[in-house]
Design a protein around this ligand. Sequence first.
Ligand code: GLA
Length: 394
Amino acid sequence: MSERDGVEVVDSVTAAFGRTYGAAPTGVWSAPGRVNLIGEHTDYNGGLCLPIALPHRTYAAVSRRDDDVLRIASVQQDGIVEVALGDVSPGQPGGWGAYVAGVLWALRRDGLDVGGLDVLVDSTVPLGSGLSSSAALECAVAAAASDLFGLDLLGSRSGRARLAARCVEAENVIAGAPTGGMDQSASLLCDERAALLLDCRSGETRQVPFDLDAAGHVLLVTDTKAEHALVDGQYAARRDACEQAARDLGVETLREVDPAALGAALQRLGSDEVRRRVRHVVTEIERVGQAVAALEAGDLDEVGRLFDASHASLRDDYEVSCDELDVATETARSKGALGARMTGGGFGGSCIAIVAAEDVEPVSTAIAEAFASHGFAAPVSFAVTASGPAARNR
Ligand code: GLA
């Protein structure tokens, strides 16, 4: 659960806005972080993924301005970032302001009539933990802009999908992180008590009921505190390798590779490394379909088995895990978790495990002890439920 509840944060971000800008905000909007249940590094390959929205959210107190100036401040950061919307470009503004300014830039490029804003941000999404704090920030600002400029995009799923696409452009072009789009779709389109089956080829979405409580289980998230950065070269290198492999195979994306003919496709690729990358993507897309079927059949043992297989594939074939993620997932399994896997881009960040409700404490403690004995930073574990999408709070 979040350490602070929503009402408390709405109040404090409203007060912080008043202290910073000398007037009350017009409103407060928020958007959730996410964990992906399964389907990792598939979004930019036209594949399937299955995220849920977290109870942890980023809140933005916002007012419209009469000019084209954007001012951004945060409870978590010092100072005010100020930029004229006409000056927003790749790297301008730098740092976290890019995720806010980029959204307005992308909405304008989409032909929407968007002007300046005063924005004050607060967040209960742990930063840098692989739980999509940046997407939550983008989507909270996009939700505010939609309401304040009368764009009316929050009221329909197609409008929300359009906002998500603009948030992805903000992240790809202005913030310079070549991510695939799952996080922004999750933040704008997930429903409570459901996972979002996202088909990144067609753009279609479907809600899959996800409520482990009824089965006496919980989804345990462990933030490993291992450093994780998507702007570094590793994520981009994986994406480039997949796009090159698709070209070599003569397909638009790796989604087109028939799992039944995977062996033959792999033989046409030049290196063992590329073959392993492609094998991960193709088998992972298959696992998403299997996980949806297992969830719909109430077969949590099978979901857990698929989590384990996904982690092994990400660790051995895609090579995006790290020691902390491997130790956390192995420890969870050894203490009775039905399955455990890294979630998000990898190279640090968080993992998830399906554990019996009564095992939350023993599993969390065992992970903390294993981290201490390896000399890793202390991890933070917490149970989560599937929560609601970006919305206006006040
Ligand atoms: C990050 C990216 C997503 C996705 C995942 C891996 O979270 O932002 O687009 O590629 O990594 O599944």
